[in-house]
Design a binder for this molecule. Structure first.
Ligand code: ATP
Ligand code: MG
Length: 651
């Protein structure tokens, strides 16, 4: 990629937004409300992290805060700890009877675990795993829907020092097989089935199919979640409820080294084939514990809901390890957001008096499309903080979320981070940072994020470049499992081994706020002007009839590339030439004539990953009539042919 400078004129649109101060009442009570914290962290980052590491319980203290031989970091060197101990045991005296997990099934059934109960369930299952032959260092694959046993399984693995590899239950048998094979995992934990939109999904059958393509699996542990008939393979399959019966209810947590692997997690596969990201114990626990506390402002009586799946990094860091290490009550929901109706989430927030809600922009856009009449049916006044993660949240959905869900009294934390970063890196601190809709604002204290050009020079505000992290942080990726070369090449070779390449494009504005422009690979080059996808999409989405938009580059003989748009309209809007013209005009007005779309297609859906992100690689193939390649991690593969047909019709 050549020098990457964006035209000033193209950058104007999103600058117009004002700063929105966090509500005064919120600021007063916030865990962190003194901006001095940024300075303290900057003065001595290692000392800053060392002080924060005191918030975690250690069996043995570290000897050195950081060993940094770029790109290899060791944090809290020599320290010994256990993640499950930090999430459970240390709360027992103070809050043993407090609810740790509050779970609701799709049918409305409710289950609760207090911290005491979570300790017993985790310890029993940890012993059961040992009895099945699992040893410290064995990678255990967890292929489970959103049920409490998924969290218990993760914590039990952590307790005995067996790294887990959680595979999203919605993934196909092939995706499961790939991940088991990559990790050479001998143990799989699964369920008989689960509910999705009222239908039973035969999860055990899918598990069996996946395992038939994996060579290493010796034992499969099955949770009886639905009580439905399934095939049990003698000698290989065992029931969860049977193996815990004979297991002891106390289990000494393994003393893990700070740098022992805690888990392996595959990236979403938005841009290429998934990478098995390795996270270790000490730094990860410090990073997720502190960010959960500061960013979500966790308090003793909060009911915290992160609607991500445990199959994503967000589920790991901000359903399990961050909130539980803070002794929080976490809410989990099994099913779909529109079942039995489109107000399911709001109904649960009202019923359980949920105070903190963390979700993805894709969900916010869906809520927006369904209409504000759904949240209006419910009292959401228990909420005091909202969050998003996973994609840029364009200003329009931000405002919708702020007004309709947060009643303009909840700060929104737009958190930028990645599977590789383990913890939130760019985010508002809700008691300090004035918000700007569409911007994740500033790096977390101690994090050094920059916008760089190809040579690694800083790019001045107003111009786009590569988002880089220039200093190690505790919960950073340690390697790509089994592929050290990919680790180095992907993240640490652009500017040398001490600067982390995020593969995202970003720019700073004049207040030094970060704006994520899109993926580096998705930048559209129109006659030498490099345009990020985010601002083009925001321009389309600011039209009142549009709920979601995606843009891609299409080959153009004169300009090299031109902008091509896909647009989802709100229900009731008319798909006609007049509207297309309005959308073209909108882009020309907001971004500039150079960005005028060559074509616009109306659609009901876009190709999305299972975590709800637009699968850019596939949209690009559709736009340019190329082979779409691997679609196994798409949630809606049928959309590919439909969009190809629509694009063709435009010719
Ligand atoms: P792969 O790396 O396999 O292509 P992925 O990057 O989608 O998949 P994740 O680690 O789940 O996998 O997602 C991290 C990416 O999500 C970030 O690099 C960024 O592009 C996007 N992202 C996450 N949070 C935000 C946010 N708040 N604003 C903008 N983009 C975000
Ligand atoms: Mg990525």
């Amino acid at each position: 990629m050549g020098a990457w400078i964006m035209e000033e004129t193209i950058e104007s649109k999103l600058e117009e937004y004002e700063l929105i101060n966090p509500p005064e009442d919120f600021v007063k009570q916030a865990n962190i409300n003194d901006p001095e914290v940024y300075k303290r962290a900057e003065d001595n980052p290692e000392k800053f992290w060392e002080e924060l590491a005191e918030h975690i319980d250690w069996f043995e203290k570290w000897k050195r805060v950081l060993g940094w031989e770029p790109p290899h970091a060791k944090w809290f060197v020599g320290g010994k700890l256990n993640a499950s101990y930090n999430c459970i045991d240390r709360h027992i005296n103070k809050r043993g009877e407090k609810t740790a997990i509050l779970w609701e099934g799709e049918k409305g059934d409710i289950r609760k675990y207090t911290y005491n109960e979570l300790l017993e369930a985790t310890s029993r299952f940890a012993n059961a795993l040992k009895n099945q032959g699992v040893e410290k260092g064995d990678i255990v694959t967890i292929y489970m829907p959103m049920i409490p046993e998924a969290v218990i399984a993760m914590l039990a693995c952590a307790r005995i020092g067996a790294p887990h590899s959680v595979v999203f239950a919605g993934f196909s048998a092939d995706a499961l097989a790939d991940r088991i094979n990559n990790a050479e995992s001998k143990y799989v934990i699964t369920t008989d089935g689960y509910y999705r939109r009222g239908k039973i999904l035969e999860h055990k059958n899918k598990t069996d199919e996946g395992i038939s393509k994996a060579e290493t699996v010796e034992k499969v542990i099955v949770v009886n979640h639905l009580d439905n008939e399934i095939e049990i393979k003698p000698g290989r399959d065992v029931w969860w409820h049977e193996i815990i019966e004979s297991a002891d209810s106390t289990c000494e947590p393994e003393k893990m080294d700070s740098e022992d692997m805690l888990f392996l997690m595959y990236t979403s596969g938005t841009t290429g084939s998934p990478k098995g990201i390795v996270h270790t114990t000490g730094g990860y626990m410090v990073g997720t514990h502190v960010t959960a506390n500061w960013v979500f402002d966790l308090k003793e009586d909060d009911i915290y809901w992160c609607s991500a799946d445990v199959g994503w990094i967000t589920g790991h860091s901000y359903i399990v390890y961050g909130p539980l290490s803070n002794g929080s009550t976490i809410f989990m929901y099994e099913g779909a957001p529109d079942y039995p109706d489109k107000d399911r989430f709001w109904e649960m927030i009202e019923k359980h008096k949920i105070t903190i809600f963390y979700t993805a922009p894709t969900a916010v856009r869906a809520f927006m499309k369904w209409g504000s009449e759904w949240p209006e049916k419910h009292d959401l006044s228990s909420l005091r903080l909202l969050g998003t993660v996973g994609e840029p949240i364009n200003p329009d959905p931000w405002w919708w979320y702020y007004k309709n869900i947060g009643y303009e009294k909840c700060p929104i934390v737009d958190t930028w981070w990645q599977t590789e970063t383990g913890m939130i890196l760019i985010t508002p601190l809700p008691g300090i940072t004035p918000m700007k809709p569409g911007s994740p604002t500033n790096p977390f204290p101690g994090i050094k994020a920059s916008v760089l050009d190809d040579e690694g020079n800083k790019i001045e505000p107003g111009h786009g470049g590569y988002l880089a992290i220039e200093r190690p942080w505790p919960s950073m990726i340690r390697t790509v499992y089994g592929d050290e070369e990919r680790f180095i090449n992907t993240y640490w070779s652009k500017w040398g081994p001490d600067k982390y390449m995020t593969e995202d494009a970003a720019r700073l504005d004049n207040d030094n706020y970060f704006w994520i422009l899109g993926r580096v690979d998705d930048v559209i080059n129109v006659a030498g002007h490099r345009l990020g996808t985010m601002e083009l999409e925001s321009a389309l989405e600011s039209h009142p009839d549009v709920v979601e938009a995606a843009v891609e580059g299409i080959k153009d003989e004169i300009k090299g590339e031109a902008v091509f748009g896909y647009v989802i309209l709100s229900s009731g809007s008319k798909e006609d030439e007049k509207l297309k013209q309005e959308l073209r005009d909108k882009i020309v007005k907001d971004i500039g004539p150079i960005a005028k779309p060559k074509g616009i297609v109306f659609t009901d859906d876009l190709p999305k990953t299972r975590s709800g992100k637009i699968m850019r690689r596939i949209l690009k193939a559709i736009t340019n009539n190329k082979d779409e390649g691997d679609t196994s991690t798409l949630q809606n593969p049928e959309i590919v042919d439909e969009l190809k047909r629509k694009v063709k019709e435009l010719d």
